[in-house]
Design a binder for this molecule. Structure first.
Ligand code: GAP
Length: 471
């Protein structure tokens, strides 16, 4: 790790602690001892999550003429997953410890413990590497690991009154398949013409064995995906355009360029459906390091061809200009919501060394969140809990909500210094203070989270000022 990377304020432990302390993210089912790899988004977490999804939808669906939306079911016909290749190919290579019965991903052991690249290797090749290294169980230390075997990552459940006679179905492991399965209906009803995309935001489920680094690897998570359909020859051009669009998104959510890189998949690591894949990788703190944030894949006509064959439906597109029928090719930009949130929080986390009111060294913790994503755009803080101040404070609170739709916080508890710190820590970009002078000059003080600088402006200018600074 370079000095610069080492100096980064955020560690995974600090982010986890802040998220729990301030109501961003809690461990799932905590009062029952928790359920591994599940997380609940608290009052602030749900606002951040909604802001991420809304910004993505606005950017890629509402602001574009060539993309339409979809909200499909999590449960799909079981044949979907046979056609897509997930029943056969969606596997993780796992090893078990014969002594303590712990289970690990073979590729992660090779990458994390031996520092070797494991992607693209078969289970036999991974077993040979682990045997050669005489790998000990990371949990109990005994050298009693089994060979690697494939384990399907899809969760299954049963539709029907009793599990013995019911139909076995899967919880979708990616949102993408609905865009292929509903492709024909979208073409028939939406007047779309190639090139066009279908976008969806929704839950995906994967039976991930490796305990996740906080919300990095979950068993239940949200994906934001686009399947972009093009004429077969237009694939490479569309791929480049989507690469540029994804880079703009990364910039829009405020991630530092130095922590994001793009890595091309080697042929051996390509998914069964892909002819080319780029990963947007992010440099996570701690042991994670560079890991996948988003993906961009060329899925060719693999999925439509498979669904055409398995369903018996003609999924060819009729091109009115040329009079030809063909299966379009597909470019897929895919974005994980939880990984977006994690990277945004890590990037935003900062600590400043200051002194408190008694002159003692103090640390100011703040989240430098982009105002677009911050759960609260502003906080209204009457200096004292007196009706002559709280009255106008509530009036301003209501006015901002009504006129801008911005989510705003109101806080009249504790001293003003503590209230500023609380808002800094949750990432509120602006604190607006109503003080006794406001009653005389009709002006308020606005404090900037990042610089702590303050400006005084007339009450009537607050809404336009916020609009100008938040957008
Ligand atoms: N439709 C293609 C697809 O699902 P993927 O690379 O397996 O590709 C897409 O997943 C994105 O979903 C990833 O780039 C990542 O952001 C997110 N993702 C995948 N597995 C995840 C998990 N277990 N927990 C949280 N996010 C995950």
């Amino acid at each position: 790790m370079s000095g610069e990377e080492g100096a980064r304020a955020a560690s995974m432990e600090k982010i986890v602690a802040l998220c729990k302390r301030r109501g961003y993210i809690f461990p799932g089912s905590e009062i029952y001892g928790g359920l591994a790899n599940t997380w609940d988004f608290g009052p602030l977490g749900v606002e951040l999550k909604n802001n991420v999804k809304q910004l993505w939808w606005k950017t890629f669906v509402h602001r574009r003429r060539d993309i339409v939306g979809l909200d499909a079911g999590i449960l799909m016909h079981p044949r979907v997953w046979e056609a897509s290749g997930h029943v056969v190919n969606f596997n993780d290579p796992l090893v078990d410890c014969k002594t303590c019965k712990s289970r690990f991903r073979a590729d992660h052991l090779i990458e994390d413990k031996l520092g070797m690249q494991a992607s693209g290797k078969t289970p036999d090749e991974m077993s040979a590497i682990l045997r050669e290294a005489n790998m000990a169980c990371p949990h109990c230390g005994n050298r009693t690991l089994t060979d690697a075997r494939q384990f399907n990552m899809m969760f299954s459940t049963t539709i029907g009154p009793v599990s013995e006679t019911g139909t076995k179905v899967f919880l979708r492991p990616e949102t993408a398949q609905a865009m292929f399965v509903d492709y024909k209906s979208v073409v028939a009803t939406s007047r779309v013409k190639l090139p066009f995309g279908i976008a969806q935001i929704g839950k995906a489920f994967r039976n991930e064995i490796t305990p996740g680094n906080f919300i990095f690897r979950d068993i239940e998570f949200d994906q934001m995906e686009i399947e972009y359909f093009v004429k077969p020859d237009d694939g490479p051009r569309a791929f480049d355009e989507w690469l540029a669009a994804m880079k703009s998104w990364v910039k829009m959510i405020g991630l530092s360029e130095k922590y994001v890189r793009i890595r091309e998949h080697e042929e051996s690591e390509l998914s069964h459906y892909s002819s080319r894949t780029l990963d947007f990788e992010y440099f996570f703190p701690g042991t994670l390091g560079w890991k996948e944030l988003y993906g961009l894949a060329s899925r060719t006509d693999f999925d439509l061809r498979q669904h055409q064959e398995f369903s018996g439906e003609d999924l060819r597109y009729f091109d009115q200009e040329s009079g030809e029928r063909f299966l379009p090719h597909v470019i897929e930009p895919t974005f994980g919501v939880e990984r977006t949130i994690l990277t945004v929080l890590i990037d935003a986390y900062d600590e400043e060394q200051t002194v408190d009111v008694n002159g003692k060294p103090d640390t100011r913790v703040l989240l430098r969140l982009s105002p677009k994503l911050a759960p609260y755009k502003a906080a209204i803080l009457p200096l004292m809990k007196k009706p002559e101040l709280t009255g106008p404070a509530w009036d301003l609170f209501n006015q901002i909500q009504d006129e801008t739709g911005y989510q705003v916080d109101y806080d009249e508890t504790a001293n003003i210094g503590k209230r500023y710190r609380r808002q800094d820590e949750v990432g509120t970009p602006y604190c607006i203070t109503i003080d006794p002078t406001t009653l005389e000059d009709g002006a308020v003080t606005i404090r900037d989270r990042d610089t702590t600088e303050q400006v005084r402006i007339p009450l009537g200018d607050v809404v336009p000022w916020l609009r100008e600074h938040i957008g």
